[in-house]
Every structure is written in C-alpha cells, then in structure tokens.
Design a protein around this ligand. Structure first.
Ligand code: HEM
Length: 452
C-alpha cells in the first residue's frame, strides 16, 4: 500500500512493485533516465514514486528540486540493500554505500588522506603529467589509427593506483587487463540501482550468470586477489616513516591507531572495500570523458581549431594550474560532460528520516534517484540542449558562465569525492594531447551524424 502523500507514479503490483514495468520502460526509453522522463510526463510531476521489489523509490527531476534533494541533510544516506552489500562481500563496507557516523568517518578519512597524498595539489599534477608523458610517447610511436579508450583508461588507473599503493602497474600486466575487462562487463550489467538482482536476490540461486551474480562475485574476487599481494608487502614493510606515503599505508596507520577499540571500523576488510570503491567510481568515468572529448574533436574540426588556437598561446606544457587561463578548453570539457551526461542519475541516496520534497512525503529508507540528465538537458534553461555548443558555458566577456547548472559531480555531502582528481586528469590529458597532436578520423571512416 502506498504511503499517504507519496509522489505519483505507476500502480504497485503485489510482491514485485513496478520492477517489470520499470525494466520494460528502461529497454524502451534507453535507460533509467528515459523511464523517469516518461513517468514524469505521464503523471505530470517532477517527483515520481515507484517500488522495486521491496524497495521504495523516488525519482527527482529538474534543477530546483534536484539541487534541493542533493544538499538535503535528510537525503545523505545510501540504500542498504542486497546489491550494496553483495558488492562488498555481504557487509556494509567501503565509502560509497555506507552512511551515518561510520560513513562520515570513512569518507572524511579518505578525503583527508587523498589531500595529504597531494590530491588537488602539485604532487597530483606531477603524477598525472608523468602518465600523460608516457601516453604521448605511445601515441607518437604508433603508426596508423589509434583507439584511445584503453590507453587513457590505463593512464588514469595508474594515477589512482599510485595514490593507493605508491607504485605504478605495467600496462601489459595480465592481471590488470583482465581486471579492466571485468570492470567493463560489470558496468554494463548493473544500473545504478543494482539491476534485477537487487530487487530479486533469489535470482542468484536460479540464474547465476544471467542475473549478473557471477560477474559481481568474480569482480570482487579478482580485485581482492589483485590487491592482496600489495597489501601483504605493505604489511611487511610498514613503519611510522612510510605511514603517509600512500593510501594503504595511511589506512594501516589508522588500523593500528584504533587497534585497542573492538568496535573500530578501521579494519583490513574495510580498507580493501574502500580501495575497491575508489576504483569502481573512478576508473572508467574519467578516461571515458577524455575519450568523448577526442571523439567530439574528430567530429567537430571547427571546435578543435578553436581549442588549438587557445592552447597555442601557451608555449610551456599546459598544467591544471593553467586552467583558468583556458576558458574555451574548460567550456568544451563542461559541454562534453553536459551533452553526454555520463552519470545520468546521481548515486542513489536514502532518506534517513521521514521528510518532504516538492510537496510530497518521502518516508524514511526510501531510495532517491536524482535525474541529472533532466538538469543537463532542460530545454527551458539551455534553449537548444540537443546541440553541442561549448559557448553556452562562456559569458559575454569570455569567462566561464552557467557552471552551477552542471551537476556531473553532484552536490552536497555525498558529492563525488574524486572530483578534484577527475577534473585535473581530464584537463591535463585533453589539453596535453591537443597541445601535441591534431586528431582526425582515419581514412574511410565517417563522421558520426549524431555528434554534429
Ligand atoms: C568524470 C569523472 C567522474 C564523475 C562524472 C563522477 C561522478 C560522481 C557522481 C555523480 C557521484 C554520486 C554523488 C552523489 O551521490 O551525490 C560520485 C560519487 C563518488 N565518486 Fe565520482 N565521479 C568521477 C570520478 C571519480 C574519481 C576519479 C574517483 C576516485 C578518486 C571518484 C570517487 C567517488 C566516490 C568514492 C564516490 C562516492 C562518494 C560518497 O558516497 O560519499 N569519482 N561520483
């Protein structure tokens, strides 16, 4: 039975709620954001209520309500469901799917440590530049067309890996290649709500492969075995002097500091799951944005020419610290994030208490899905959202404008904690590659009409 004043939406079926309807609509409308768009029009509301198996869900569309929801203190929790627990070995661990005091403690620790390790500072830039240098060398030495996706992904992963473990991984490492394959498969099988498996956990008994259960278990197993060697080496070589050298050492320092507290959340399992979370959240998105930027440059030589013009005014290698002097480059990066809306729906939130939104009642423990695409594609605000036009992020004086309407890293206490790293990587790689090369289509390939 729907709670009173619950947001409008489809009628709930016994047991399954709207699970099958939502899946059918997702196939028809190209994903969850398409479903929310359809339901929002059908029920003429920017707030939509539904039910996925046992879980109540609310989708929120449009800038005003999206902003309100993302920063609301009532909505800073994360769903505690089967999918969230399965991804971290059955327990509530890591940073992404924990909340309350435990979540805050872990998130604060990671943010503080990443800062100590140089995130947002020159050390991070040096790391990125080192990887960029290698990438440029590889491109330089390659004859024939290049498909940059995997090259970029390995580069970004090496930045993350160095922050986590203090060392790089070789590009040809077999473990790394198979990990990337699982990561890719995993991201195609699970939507942000955890897919069908989350709504019907019993599927793991009857359809282990089809439901994605095996992929998830396999991914965790591979990642844990990938890390176990490094963790063992860190354990053996730990001293106070090295305790601030990387994230694993810093975590070990914290485990030791809390060793007399039997209720401490700083445990080895928690450390592994925290690193896993950083990789799940950060390994793909950042390199995909750079890939999309290059695809867009190939498809729009006119925009590439403007990017080159701005970049050519800098004789030195371009670094993140120069970003404010390159507003057009920044505007192109923002437009790619808006246009391709990589995170179409923000990370699921959980109402930590009964609350109100848009005049509707949101009961405690409802999962909240904020539709970021609806903000990025809002025709009332952008006029021509379907057109790729970086100038929309530039004011008349040529400086950046409308940046508050770009929510790709979300807002509030649960906003992306890797934003500084991701933005620096994207800027350095994009500007760095275009400072050295002009990108164009291989002979015989056609421009993608949808990207014009
Ligand atoms: C272009 C690249 C990236 C995009 C578009 C992106 C976007 C997002 C979004 C939309 C969220 C959900 C926030 C919310 O629930 O309100 C998020 C969370 C998160 N991101 Fe990113 N992210 C990117 C890169 C990274 C990187 C490089 C890292 C790792 C250092 C990272 C780590 C995280 C973590 C750990 C969370 C969960 C935070 C929490 O639950 O408190 N992200 N990201």
């Amino acid at each position: 039975i729907k709670p009173s004043k619950y947001p409008p939406g489809p009628r709930w079926m016994p047991w399954f709620g709207n699970t099958f309807k939502l899946r059918m609509l997702a196939r028809k409308y190209g994903g969850q954001h398409g479903v929310f768009d359809y339901l929002s029009q059908t029920y003429n509301s920017a707030v939509i209520g539904f039910r996925m198996g046992r879980e109540r869900g609310v989708a929120i569309r449009g800038y005003t309500l999206a902003r309100q929801a993302l920063i609301s203190e009532d909505l800073q929790g994360r769903p505690d469901n089967y999918f969230a627990r399965l991804r971290t070995g059955g327990k509530r661990l890591g940073v992404t799917f924990v909340d309350g005091d435990h979540g805050e403690e872990q998130r604060n620790f990671v943010v503080r440590t990443l800062k100590e390790l140089g995130m947002g500072r020159s050390r991070m830039n040096d790391l990125i530049q080192r990887e960029l240098h290698e990438l440029i060398q590889i491109i330089d030495e390659t004859t024939g067309p290049i498909q940059p996706n995997r090259l970029l992904q390995l580069s970004v992963i090496n930045v993350l890996w160095t922050l986590a473990t203090g060392e790089r991984i070789e590009r040809h490492d077999d473990h790394l290649q198979s990990l990337l394959d699982v990561l890719k498969k995993r991201s195609t099988m699970f939507d942000i709500a955890g897919g069908l498996l989350n709504q019907m956990p019993w599927l793991r008994f009857v359809a282990r492969n089809w439901s994605g259960y095996n992929i998830l278990v396999d991914f965790n197993r591979q990642l844990i075995s990938f890390f176990s060697n490094t963790i063992q080496k860190h354990n053996e070589s730990y001293t106070d002097e090295v305790s601030s050298n990387d994230l694993i050492y810093a975590y070990m320092r914290e485990i030791r500091k809390h060793s007399t507290n039997p209720n401490s959340n700083f445990t080895e399992d928690q450390m592994i799951m925290t690193i896993l979370d950083l990789f799940i959240a950060g390994a793909n998105n950042t390199s995909t944005i750079v890939d999309l930027l290059l695809i867009m440059m190939v498809n729009r030589p006119d925009i590439q020419a403007k990017v080159h013009k701005e970049i050519d005014q800098h004789s030195d290698p371009i670094r993140w610290t120069d970003h404010s002097q390159l507003p057009y480059v920044e505007a192109v990066i923002m437009e790619v994030q808006r246009y391709f809306h990589l995170a179409a729906i923000s990370g699921p939130r959980r109402a930590i208490r009964d609350c109100q939104l848009g005049g509707y009642r949101i009961p405690k423990d409802t999962s909240i899905f904020v539709d970021l695409k609806s903000v990025h594609m809002d025709a009332d605000y952008w006029n021509d959202p379907e057109v790729f036009r970086p100038e929309r992020f530039l004011g008349e004086d040529g400086t950046l404008a409308n940046t508050e309407r770009l929510l790709s890293f979300s807002l509030g206490k649960r906003r992306c904690l890797g934003e500084a790293l991701a933005r620096a990587c994207i800027f350095n790689y994009f500007a760095g590659i275009l400072q050295q090369f002009t990108v164009e289509l291989p002979d015989g390939e056609d421009i993608m009409p949808s990207l014009l």
